[in-house]
Design a protein around this ligand. Structure first.
Ligand code: NDP
Ligand code: 2IT
Length: 449
């Protein structure tokens, strides 16, 4: 537990203020533990209540979302936006539509988003939002009506200089399009830079769709080369999930010479020892919006296994959890270690529990934290805003090269900070410190606000 008295006091206050928020406590604890080695050197933090301010969101907005389903029944969901910190730029972060969304999940995602954005070198603060709406099984019209109802309340709280939402679980370019259209209808403004992840036809950026997944592999490649003196070439890779992040992480892993053998959804996983055929995954998930099980029905030699967590029963060299928070706990970490993995990169936000990270690190497996490794998505969102502001668009190659350079820079910043903190290669500690020092500095310069 925390040894530094100031850090402990801040943590105890978080526990007391938000008693029923396990995900939120988890990310705060990891963050404060990362500061253990350096907090004594910064008396100005306590003097200015920097940490107390850093863990408390600037603002939390919750609202009712009322919409009508296809049967004519009125439905009520809850909407959220956590505007966490705007020290280095307007709040920026995705929207999640999933039945598990609650305030603890929103606050953890907002807190992580702020630290992530601090690593990107781009002028974006942190925020996150969403709803407990479940998109599974909804018709196209129901999705549209829900998105319109959701943004009809949220639009008054956002804007390119205030807060810029994007996608996350259950929200992709289809949902962003419906929200953009409704916001334009209400405001009579074509305010492109407020929402990112837009379709290419009206201001989206090339590479944004692929960016999170590609960035995860660019980051993993840095760790493989720099810390393990190897590469993706010939490695067996497992990617959990089969949504936006997982699909393009798998694509880049293959492009870099890896062989992806398993992918999953929330029901189960498929194992294809010959290597996953990604075009078929894209067709099943993006076009047919069907379950991943269908893959095994259509590919001879592939098998389907009920239960998504057992994906780690299959041995791999490179583990890329890309579905959701806490999908890798000690049982899964043990399987990953026993299966001979040499590296784990967090693709989803906080996919590993604190205990799982500790076990993997103790086994000598470098763990790349989500806030560093999956920052390619939001970075490319910020590049989308840049293009919107300039009223022009860059080529695929130009955006991809910027993304690649940003990921290299984030790796270097996190690694250098881990060395500075006396824990070389501990990227969990390094990423937290590198980002926090930057944001804390901006907060100090802006006075007591
Ligand atoms: P998608 O909605 O596109 O895909 C989510 C995937 O994860 C699906 O395969 C889904 O399965 C699975 N999944 C969701 N919830 C659970 C659950 N509770 N248990 C098991 N599986 C689950 O989302 P994204 O790919 O966009 O997001 C995946 C992760 O990456 C999230 O943690 C998100 O916060 C993070 N992320 C996303 C970014 C982005 O740009 N989109 C950027 C950075 C991070 P099913 O279809 O069965 O629900
Ligand atoms: O978690 C994340 O980084 C995102 N959901 C992407 C946020 C964004 O603004 O692109």
């Amino acid at each position: 537990m925390l040894k530094n008295a100031y850090l402990r006091r801040v943590y105890d206050q978080v526990l007391a203020r938000d008693p029923n928020a396990p995900e939120f406590h988890q990310c705060i604890r990891e963050f404060l533990e990362s500061l253990e080695g350096i907090a004594d050197k910064h008396p100005e933090w306590e003097q200015n209540a920097i940490l107390e301010r850093f863990v408390e969101p600037d603002r939390i907005i919750t609202f009712r979302v009322t919409w009508v389903d296809d049967a004519g029944k009125v439905q009520v969901n809850r909407g959220y936006r956590v505007q966490y910190n705007s020290a280095i730029g307007p709040y920026k972060g995705g929207l999640r539509f999933h039945p598990s969304v609650n305030l603890s999940v929103m606050k953890f995602l907002g807190f992580e988003m702020n630290l992530k954005n601090g690593l990107t070198t781009l002028p974006i603060g942190g925020g996150k939002g969403g709803s407990d709406f479940d998109p599974h099984g909804k018709s196209e019209n129901e999705i549209m009506r829900f998105c319109q109802a959701f943004i009809t309340e949220l639009y008054r709280h956002i804007g390119q200089f205030t807060d810029g939402p994007a996608g996350d679980i259950g929200v992709g370019s289809r949902e962003i399009g419906y929200m953009f259209g409704q916001m334009k209808r209400i405001t009579n403004q074509f305010d492109a830079a407020t929402l990112t992840g837009k379709h290419l036809s009206y201001g989206g950026s090339l590479v944004r769709t692929e960016a999170t997944g590609y960035g995860i592999c660019y980051f993993t490649d840095e760790v493989l080369r720099h810390q393990l003196n190897t590469s993706f070439e010939g490695k067996t890779v497992i990617v959990s999930g089969s949504g936006n992040v997982a699909t393009y992480a798998a694509e880049k892993a293959m492009q870099l010479g890896g062989r992806v053998v398993c992918m999953s959804d929330s029901n189960g996983y498929v194992h294809d020892p010959d290597g996953i055929k990604l075009d078929l995954i894209k067709d099943i998930k993006q076009n047919r919006r069907a379950r991943i099980k269908v893959y095994a029905d259509e590919v001879p030699g592939a098998t389907y296994h009920e239960g998504c967590r057992s994906i780690w029963d299959v041995p791999c060299d490179v583990a890329l959890p890309c579905a959701t928070q806490n999908e890798v706990d000690v049982a899964e970490a043990k399987k990953i270690i026993d299966g001979g993995a040499i590296i784990l990169t967090e693709g989803a936000n906080m996919p590993c529990t604190l205990e799982a990270v500790a076990m993997l690190q103790a086994a000598g497996i470098p763990v790349s934290p989500a806030k560093a490794a999956n920052a390619g998505g939001v970075s490319t969102s910020a590049l989308e805003m840049t293009q919107n502001s300039m009223r022009l668009s860059w080529t695929f190659e130009e955006v991809d090269e910027r993304l690649h350079n940003i990921m290299r820079g984030i790796y270097k910043a996190a690694y250098d900070a881990s060395v500075e903190a006396g824990q070389p290669g501990n990227l969990v500690v390094g990423a937290n410190i590198a980002s926090f020092l930057k944001i804390a500095d901006a907060m100090l310069h802006q006075g007591i606000v």
